[in-house]
Design a protein around this ligand. Structure first.
Ligand SMILES: C[S@@+](CC[C@H](N)C(=O)[O-])C[C@H]1O[C@@H](n2cnc3c(N)ncnc32)[C@H](O)[C@@H]1O
Length: 240
């Protein structure tokens, strides 16, 4: 059994009832999250697949995966308030993680996705353990798509959230993000460089790692989304 690192109760961010409710109203279209999710849709093939959604939150990603044709989405999260809002749509299976091990067998999913969750992992050890667990659950040659904060987005003001500007950040530093929901709330994320994400994915056994930085389309109402991509999207293939 893997020990402890994913769950360090004293370090993990807990969503309140109000925050979880606000988060569940966010949506995708027209939000700062749209370019990253569009890229996920472009890069991934989900038709008929069993997909792991690590850090599903209120199920926004899980619902998108179903719309993209996934047969089964294993929607895992450690936060009860968030998970309670995952829709009970057919094929979406919410699971509360209460320990560091994800309670599914090896090679039990075709594709794995994690959106906006790795930035909540506080230590590199914790991130490595999450990536190892995701790799363990994937079939050989299975694809992992990771949407996470573009390190260059720190200090940017976006439509849906704003990162406080902090100079000379290093990996593992805390970053404050104002989520512009109604009511708004602040969350403490963790800054990770692109190198750290890449090294963690490599150590977990992913190869052919690629990253893209999707910008918002030429629509109106964007703030910094057309200049600096809010997210980086990594794709890695599990070594056979
Ligand atoms: C910002 S939300 C994103 C939710 C969803 N993927 C989306 O994009 O709407 C991040 C979620 O990741 C979850 N999370 C963070 N660390 C986790 C961990 N170690 N294990 C499982 N879930 C985690 C949080 O509880 C939270 O619900």
């Amino acid at each position: 059994m893997l020990q402890g690192a994913i769950f360090r109760d004293e370090m993990k961010y807990k969503y309140s009832l109000v925050q979880a409710r606000a988060y569940s109203q966010l949506g995708i279209a027209g939000t700062t999250y749209e370019p990253g999710f569009k890229e996920l849709s472009r890069l991934g093939y989900f038709q008929g697949k069993t997909v792991l959604d690590f850090g599903t939150g209120t199920g926004r990603t899980a619902r998108l995966l179903k719309l993209l044709g996934a047969k089964r989405v294993l929607a895992v999260d450690r936060d009860e308030q968030m998970l309670a809002r995952v829709p009970s749509d057919e094929g979406i299976e919410p699971h509360l993680l209460t320990e560091s091990h994800i309670p599914f067998p090896d090679a039990s999913v075709d594709v794995a996705v994690s959106a906006h969750a790795f930035v909540e992992l506080r230590t590199r050890e914790e991130m490595q353990q999450a990536a190892n667990e995701i790799a363990r659950m994937l079939v050989p040659a299975g694809m992992f798509l990771l949407i996470t904060t573009n390190p260059a987005a720190i200090g940017c003001d976006y439509k849906s959230y704003k990162y406080e500007n902090i100079d000379e950040l290093k990996s593992g530093d805390s970053i404050t993000c104002l989520i512009k929901t109604e009511p708004s709330f602040t969350i403490i994320d963790t800054y990770w460089t692109l190198d750290v994400y890449q090294q963690v994915l490599q150590s977990a056994g992913f190869t052919r790692i690629q990253m893209t930085f999707p910008l918002a389309d030429d629509g109106e109402g964007w703030l910094d989304e057309q200049k600096i991509a809010p997210d980086v999207v990594f794709v890695g293939i599990k070594t056979s």
